[in-house]
Ligand binder design. Sequence first.
Ligand code: ZN
Length: 312
Amino acid sequence: MSRRLSPRDVAFYLRGRLIRHVTRLAHARDRTPPVVPIPVDEVIRGSRAPQALVRLLEGRSNAERESAVARYLRARSVPFALHRFSSGEGSGENFSVDLGAGDRVLLLAAHHDAVDGSPGANDNAAAVGILLTLIERLAAAPPPKLRLRFLFTAAEERGYLGARHYARETDVGELVGVLSLELCGIGDSVVIWDAADETSFLPTVNAALESLGLGRDTSYHVVGRIPMFGSDHRAFASLGVPAYGFTLVPSANAEALRQFVFSPVRSALRHLIRRPAPFDTYHTPRDRGGTLQPAALALALRALEAVIAAAA
Ligand SMILES: [Zn+2]
């Protein structure tokens, strides 16, 4: 079946292409040696902490990353739905795991693909590892009146392609909120981004973060639309669902990050040479598991558990 592309689809597609092109130019001379991945079965048999699960994807091709997620879920006997898509823009497989009951659905997403030439540890194997850990922790006692959906998307780096297909073909009316996890492995403060509009979901997220003792504008930040980055939540936001990005950053870099992400033109050239963490490794051959911080992964887990509890 062919589908007419909307102007928004075209914009997402062009944005994806531009980012891939700029990335390739910027890192053409990076000589960091490639990551040698360990066998998937070894990861499956090993520790189930997010840091260890990063190795499920790190350093593999996108086809291998995709199949590693499905293999992990099957090996752990986690029932999942497979959502395969194919269009002129590309193809791939999204996987979703539902836990709990009820007609309200909280969706947590993490893309399993990476840009060419990057091992893709913080972007986005860390987020996949966090969701797999959450599934393991919550499977025994999921919330009684809220369904949790863990969505592992393909082709986020192609203008959120997997998420766009998924969002179009799912009942978005049952979604109470969406968080798309990006760059969750480095830093000590939580950023909720693309949160320009007040929605029914945003106060739930804020209350959850405050319940952990995090302070607004110190250990957690809520920011508006970020011009030069995006993630899968935008595929849902464009259909009217309250949907935000969820990222960790080092609080020491808060001001540098603010300048970096909100004044793209001015900072783009300057920061091609030196970008503040976590963007110093973002989309580069240096985005490796060794740069991830266990404390950051633990904070992301606690924050998401708090959001789930607050939404339930
Ligand atoms: Zn990403």
